[in-house]
Design a protein around this ligand. Structure first.
Ligand code: IPM
Ligand code: MG
Length: 388
């Protein structure tokens, strides 16, 4: 794809557009309604959106488990499942949009969404460089908090990462500019956007009896945007004097997650988008692989739950989709259940997963023929759910 090379004055005009669109976003954030109270919703609509690669396979397994857990609520009409097809790479490329319009309308007709991984187009891989469906969905549905828990019970590790999800290097990631011999991207931090992620992290800490919140930035070098993130998080921390706050630079925090003497002391971490993306893959790898970690993308009106990993097209090419591990999507499903007010059901699902993955380990999913299939593993989870 040929690059659109701008002159300095054209680039400056684009920069002005970016600034204006961010001011509009700030106004929208200020006027947004509060979080949905699911206890007051008669019928909760759960959208099921398979995505690409191994996405449809692992999403279908999680849907089966969710339906087993929620069967009485479905029969009473309290919960409705809605299948949303069409968020495939093929469809996105054919309309050259990160999310086709009809798919976006369907997503917006749900309360919460369980979404399989979607392949991100990448110019270096020869696909048109359209924006990631994930990034677009987080922005379109204003899913500002990416909550990613990682726990290794045998080591006393229980971390929850609060990754800011709509700003930072991702806010206008597709609106960077190319000039002759020069490329510039934009990184954005707003007061409003930082306050809401910081507050959510502290509220979570308070509600879950966590003693410590760590703010992670690179504010010594990225002085404006990370500087603002750190300053605002610290300001919010003053509202929570009972919680210990400390701040770290992302490089040393990345190292500390490997420090067996110190790492169990971390509890809640709040951090800008890109650092949150990177460090949560590292954390998930320590837990047993990115295939084991789920995440919640939380906004005030909508919420979307997904794996933290990608669509693994190679597994599909090699005929291994049925061996893909659904546990990331099952962890995400547990978070979905808690989010819509079914805390017991969500906690039971996590318990069943702990039994299957760490305690009994009757089946292991390896992603290959030598391991169990995703279907066998989810059947195992359902059988454990029946006895706990
Ligand atoms: C994630 C993924 C996404 C991200 C990709 C698919 C755009 O890596 O959810 O962590 O970078 O946020
Ligand atoms: Mg990632």
């Amino acid at each position: 794809m040929s690059k659109n090379i701008l002159t300095p004055s054209e680039a400056a005009a684009k920069f002005e557009d970016v600034i204006n669109s961010q001011f509009k976003r700030i106004e929208k954030m200020k006027s947004s309604a509060d979080f949905v109270d699911y206890s007051a919703v008669d019928t909760i609509v759960i959208g099921i959106c398979g995505g690409d690669g191994i996405g449809p396979a692992i999403t279908a397994e999680s849907e089966r488990v969710l339906k087993a857990i929620l069967s009485d609520k479905v029969s009473k009409g309290k919960i409705v499942f809605k299948e949303i097809d069409g968020l495939t790479l093929e469809n996105r490329l054919s309309c050259m949009k990160p999310i086709p319009d009809d798919v976006l309308a369907e997503l917006k007709s749900c309360h919460v969404i369980l979404k399989g991984p979607t392949t991100t187009p990448d110019a270096s891989a020869g696909t048109p460089n359209i924006e990631s469906a994930n990034v677009a969905m987080r922005r379109e549905l204003d899913l500002f908090a990416n909550v990613r828990p990682v726990s290794i019970p045998s080591e006393g590790i229980d971390w929850t990462f609060f990754r800011e999800n709509t700003e930072g290097a991702y806010a206008v990631g597709s609106l960077g500019v190319n000039l002759e011999g020069l490329a510039i991207d934009f990184t954005v931090t707003t007061d409003e956007g930082t306050e809401r992620i910081a507050r959510l992290a502290y509220e979570f800490a308070k509600a879950n009896n966590k003693k410590r919140v760590s703010i992670v930035t690179k504010a010594n070098v990225i002085k404006k945007t990370d500087g603002k993130f750190l300053e605002i998080c610290k300001r919010i921390s003053e509202e929570y004097p009972e919680i210990k706050t400390d701040d770290w630079y992302i490089d040393i925090m990345t190292a500390k997650l490997l420090d067996e003497n110190r790492r169990r002391d971390f509890e809640v971490m709040v951090l800008p988008n890109l650092y949150g993306d990177i460090i949560t893959d590292e954390a998930a790898e320590l837990q047993g692989g990115v295939g084991t970690a789920g995440s919640a993308n939380i906004g005030k009106r909508y919420a979307m739950f997904e794996a933290i990993h990608g669509s693994a097209p190679r597994m599909v090419k090699e005929g291994r989709a049925k061996y893909a591990d659904p546990s990331s999507m099952l962890r995400a499903s547990a978070m979905l259940l808690r989010h819509i007010g079914y805390a017991n059901e969500g906690n039971r699902l996590d318990k069943a997963l702990d039994i299957c993955m760490f305690e009994e380990k009757k089946l292991t999913v390896t992603g290959r023929e030598d391991g169990a299939t995703g279907r066998e593993f989810s059947d195992y989870v359902i059988s454990v759910l029946e006895r706990i």
